[in-house]
Design a protein around this ligand. Structure first.
Ligand SMILES: Nc1ncnc2c1ncn2[C@@H]1O[C@H](COP(=O)(O)OP(=O)(O)O)[C@@H](O)[C@H]1O
Ligand SMILES: [Mg+2]
Length: 352
């Protein structure tokens, strides 16, 4: 197929989106709202980058700055080497042809056919009719809707509507696709399908994808790197595994807790103590320090019996992380020795 974007020949690791100390303030009545507060980001060409945060964190504002729908109050912003901040309206219009966008509510024109929706940006860009037609069909086939060209959006499921949104967003071969809560209106199964399609967009077409979400599952399913936003600031950033196997901030910890059971709370600890007479410890499992089998073999080698009484494990980017609460049973000296040995390979916390 010839629909590959212009990005495939570019060097990996180069910047696609660069933000330096970007601030966005809104004046509301007599007050100033700082929606984006001193954000610096470097989104690389060819990656899938996620921005996660709760409602009001500033994610959508950040996206609107990236595609030039809002202007920065301070700082600089470039997309694909093109300066967005301080750009004229005509310059922005040109920049936007290189940026595709999909939305939570799909934003399709319901009075137009699926084909006409996908064709729309091509008309704006001045493509002639024959080229438009071929491109529309090519894009619909790419998203798996080759037979829906003559249907109307109302005749489609939510997942199919988002596929149309993706076909429309990519019609003019942008280098960058921005997806703002693009699966938030979909059920879990349809969400997986759309995320698979975004992966295909990234892998087959070489398009850089920025996924904005409040759902941890979305990040763990498709992203390479992630920025965690809170109150307008990026509070953590890095490889998805690194950030979520070892979250530093309360907000990142809350997201992790939505997918993997955390170390016992005080209430849970009290309850566990009542049910288990052994020594209770919680150990962290990360690929970096120790595999789970290795941890458990330490105990066996020390003649310590154990029960797993609580915990959770998840896999991210092919690596496991999580934590286990163990009840250790055996001679006090053996248990102490086992705990000391565990402490050399992972973080061990007494549960009390
Ligand atoms: N056009 C606007 N005028 C005033 N305040 C705004 C505007 N857009 C966003 N905000 C405020 O900026 C903050 C961040 O909003 P938003 O970027 O939509 O967050 P998110 O997408 O993470 O939910 C919120 O406090 C919101 O009320
Ligand atoms: Mg938003």
């Amino acid at each position: 197929m010839s629909i590959a974007a212009t990005t495939t020949d570019r060097t990996a690791g180069e910047s696609m989106v660069e933000l330096h100390n970007v601030v966005k303030e809104f004046k509301v009545g007599g007050n100033t709202v700082r929606a984006v507060d001193d954000v610096s980001l470097d989104i690389r060409r060819g990656e899938i980058f996620a921005i996660i945060g709760y409602s009001g964190a500033g994610k959508s504002t950040l996206v609107r700055l990236i595609n030039g729908l809002e202007t920065v109050s301070e700082g600089t912003l470039t997309v694909d080497g093109f300066q967005i901040s301080g750009q004229s309206e005509s310059g922005l219009r040109k920049a936007r042809t290189n940026i595709g966008m999909i939305f939570q509510q799909f934003n399709l024109m319901n009075s137009r056919t699926v084909a006409a929706n996908v064709e729309f940006p091509l008309k704006i860009a001045g493509w002639d009719k024959a080229k438009r037609r071929a491109r529309v069909q090519e894009m619909l086939e790419f998203v798996g809707l080759g037979d829906k060209a003559k249907n109307y959006p109302d005749q489609l499921s939510g997942g199919q509507k988002q596929r149309v949104g993706i076909a429309r967003a990519l019609a003019t071969s942008p280098s960058l696709l921005l997806a703002d809560e693009s699966t938030s209106a979909l059920d879990p199964e349809t969400t997986s399908e759309v995320l698979e399609l975004l992966k295909k967009v990234n892998e087959d077409l070489g398009i850089t994808v920025v996924v904005i979400t409040h759902e941890m599952d979305v990040v763990s399913t498709i992203a390479d790197r992630v920025a965690v936003m809170e109150k307008g600031k990026v509070v953590e950033m890095g490889n998805v595994y690194d950030v979520f196997s070892n979250p530093q901030t309360a907000v990142a910890k809350r997201f992790v807790a939505t997918t993997v059971k955390q170390a016992p709370t005080d209430h849970e600890a009290a309850e566990l103590k009542q049910r288990h007479r052994g020594y209770l410890v919680n150990i962290e499992i990360t690929e970096g320090n120790t595999g789970i089998g290795k941890v458990l073999s330490y105990l066996g080698n020390r003649g310590v019996q154990f029960n797993i009484v609580q915990g959770g494990l998840e896999t991210l980017q092919g690596q496991s992380y999580g934590n286990l609460t163990l009840e250790l049973l055996g001679e006090v000296t053996s248990v102490d020795a086992a705990i000391a040995e565990l402490g050399t390979v992972t973080r061990v916390k007494e549960v009390r």
